[in-house]
Design a protein around this ligand. Structure first.
Ligand SMILES: Cc1cc2nc3c(=O)[nH]c(=O)nc-3n(C[C@H](O)[C@H](O)[C@H](O)COP(=O)(O)OP(=O)(O)OC[C@H]3O[C@@H](n4cnc5c(N)ncnc54)[C@H](O)[C@@H]3O)c2cc1C
Ligand SMILES: *[C@@H]1O[C@H](CO)[C@@H](O)[C@H](O)[C@H]1NC(C)=O
Ligand SMILES: *[C@@H]1O[C@H](CO)[C@@H](O)[C@H](O)[C@H]1NC(C)=O
Length: 504
């Protein structure tokens, strides 16, 4: 196509006018003075990092944390070694997590693939072998092409998922979790949110035997729930069965403390109890909207005023329990209940005969997943490695005496421990309200709770994972910035896939 000189100059003028107008808006509006973030997990700390990137060095960012920086990224110590007790595994295509680790100068710990066995309460319905060809043969013999098809199904979803990074690179943001998901995967993602993983995979032609034997165990180990979780979190969970998984050397929580430090945010160790909107007159006779954040530290109650507030804690009664005072319409606990997951660390020898292995027993399986068998008291058992590499001289010679992590919905009784383990000499229990109780069709809580108040954990109702919190953090930093400076053209744009094709 030939453009006339006149057309080119008209276009250029347009471009210049547009940028002048944007500059004018920016000049009219001062940047915010103070921003509050509630919660210093990966969500809150990455929000601080991205907000600093967008708003520059002058804005004061305060981040409130009632317990430990890292939140659900946490380690336990057992006999001098540290192990991940919360969020532990990161997918190779989790690009925000990858970038954080690189930018913060942290190291990656690659996780070995272990041999998986799927136990149905009586025997193993599926056992991986050391031999690749045997595995392929077993998969095809038992499940036809279901494994291959699952690989392609997850691949297709990942392709769509990866679009979010391009949108965010080009500064696009979304005002609701629905519109964010829709921009990534269109109606396909929205349908997945509305149906169970069971229904979604049946509709795509997977066999019920494959779903029960292979898919459900993956849901149980990752989300402590079975085939009733929504199709989106289900697909995220299946992506977590791929190879190349990794963690952060020294503990995933180091990303949170690193981001906190790099963002130069102030950490306020205290619990936020309530937030209230305040309208104040300004010198020029206008009014300005502020949020009063009330909190308690060991020195007693205190309050501070903020222009923008980001809530990066689940807003259900058991966890966030923040009161929103004087808002109209009222803001209430917007999140559904969270699912309890108990992680029990056991240093001991697994009881192979419990798993139907006759004595003397060749027990090569290490990662044990389970089907949805009523009465089965645990979801999974697997060996774990310390978050820091162990010097060769210290590695235990007896390879069957390892540290195991058992996931179960309720704390294990002594009797249950004695069933699972032949012998053990150390046990540590960590109880979590781990992730939402998924019940599709999911009602996704709002991201914008009020014009200057944002809710990071809305995204968890679609799927809970470290990377999901980081994606939500970047989205909220962009959204808060565009809203503050009136850049509506960067919010909720349709057809970004097409539009960004022509961009470099
Ligand atoms: C057992 C388990 C296993 C998991 N496995 C994986 C995995 O393998 N891979 C993966 O990607 N994800 C995994 N996840 C999920 C992942 O850990 C979470 O999605 C992610 O860490 C959530 O981060 P967040 O910052 O959004 O929330 P959180 O980490 O929960 O942060 C919220 C913070 O807010 C604080 N807080 C709460 N209320 C207040 C208040 N009123 N005032 C001040 N502070 C407050 C809390 O103390 C907490 O530190 C797992 C989670 C659990 C529990
Ligand atoms: C999902 O369900 C909601 C109601 O819960 C409905 O409004 C929406 O249209 C559904 N979306 C799709 C793509 O099925
Ligand atoms: C091991 O498992 C078997 C079979 O379930 C059980 O009878 C036994 O009590 C368990 N514990 C030990 C220590 O062997």
């Amino acid at each position: 196509m030939q453009l006339s000189a006149a057309a080119v100059s008209a276009m250029l003028t347009g471009v210049i006018l547009c940028s002048l107008r944007a500059a004018a808006v920016q000049e009219l509006r001062h940047p915010p003075n103070r921003i509050a973030i509630v919660g210093a997990g990966i969500g809150g700390t990455s929000t601080a990092y991205f907000l600093r990137e967008k708003f520059g060095k002058h804005v004061q960012i305060d981040i409130f944390e009632k317990e430990n920086v890292g939140g659900r990224l946490s380690t336990i110590e057992m006999e001098g070694y540290h192990y991940e007790s919360g969020g532990s595994v990161i997918h190779p295509l989790n690009l925000h997590m990858k970038t954080f680790v690189k930018d913060l100068g942290l190291n990656v710990r690659t996780l070995d693939d272990s041999l998986v066995g799927i136990y149905n309460g009586e025997e193993f319905v599926f056992e991986e072998s050391d031999w690749y060809l045997i595995n392929v043969f077993k998969m095809i013999w038992n499940y036809g092409l279901n494994f291959l098809r699952m690989y392609m199904w997850v691949e297709d979803m990942l392709d769509k998922f990866m679009r979010i990074y391009r949108y965010q690179t080009f500064d696009y943001s979304f005002s609701s979790t629905e519109s964010l998901l829709h921009a990534m995967g269109g109606d396909d993602f929205m349908t997945k949110i509305n149906v169970t993983i069971d229904e979604a995979m049946q509709k795509s032609g997977f066999s019920q035997k494959f779903i029960d034997d292979i898919v459900v165990p993956a849901m149980r180990v990752n989300y402590g729930q079975g085939a009733k979780v929504n199709g989106f979190v289900g697909a995220v969970s299946l992506a977590g069965t791929s190879s190349g998984l990794w963690a952060v050397e020294g503990g995933n929580k180091l990303v949170c403390s690193g981001l906190l430090y790099a963002s130069k945010a102030n950490l306020i160790q205290g619990i936020v109890t309530s937030i209230q909107e305040k309208v104040r007159p300004t010198k020029s006779g206008d009014t300005v909207r502020l949020y009063e954040v009330n909190y308690e530290t060991d020195k007693g109650p205190a309050l501070d005023m903020y222009d923008i507030v980001v809530i990066a804690v689940p807003l259900c009664k058991e966890i966030g329990n923040i009161k929103f005072l004087g808002f109209n319409p009222p803001i209430e606990s917007v999140s559904k209940p969270y699912h309890q997951m108990v992680a029990t660390f056991v240093h001991g020898q697994i009881n192979a005969s419990f798993f139907g292995c006759p004595k003397p027993c060749q027990f090569s399986i290490s990662e044990i997943l389970t089907t949805n068998k009523p009465g089965l008291f645990f979801d999974s058992i697997g060996p774990v490695s310390p978050v820091k590499p162990v010097p060769a001289s210290e590695i235990s010679k007896a390879s069957d005496i390892k540290v195991w992590k058992v996931f179960s919905p309720e704390p294990l009784t002594d009797e249950q421990l004695r069933l699972l383990f032949h012998s053990y000499h150390a046990v540590i229990v960590r109880k979590w309200l781990a992730y939402p109780e998924y019940t599709p069709p999911e009602k996704l809580p709002p991201i914008i709770l009020h014009p200057g108040m944002y809710y990071l954990n809305s995204i968890e109702s679609a799927a809970s994972a470290m990377e999901m919190s980081a994606i939500s953090a970047k989205n909220i930093a962009l959204l808060a910035y565009h809203k503050w400076f009136g850049k509506d053209e960067q919010i909720d744009q349709e057809d970004l896939v097409e539009r960004l094709k022509s961009e470099l």
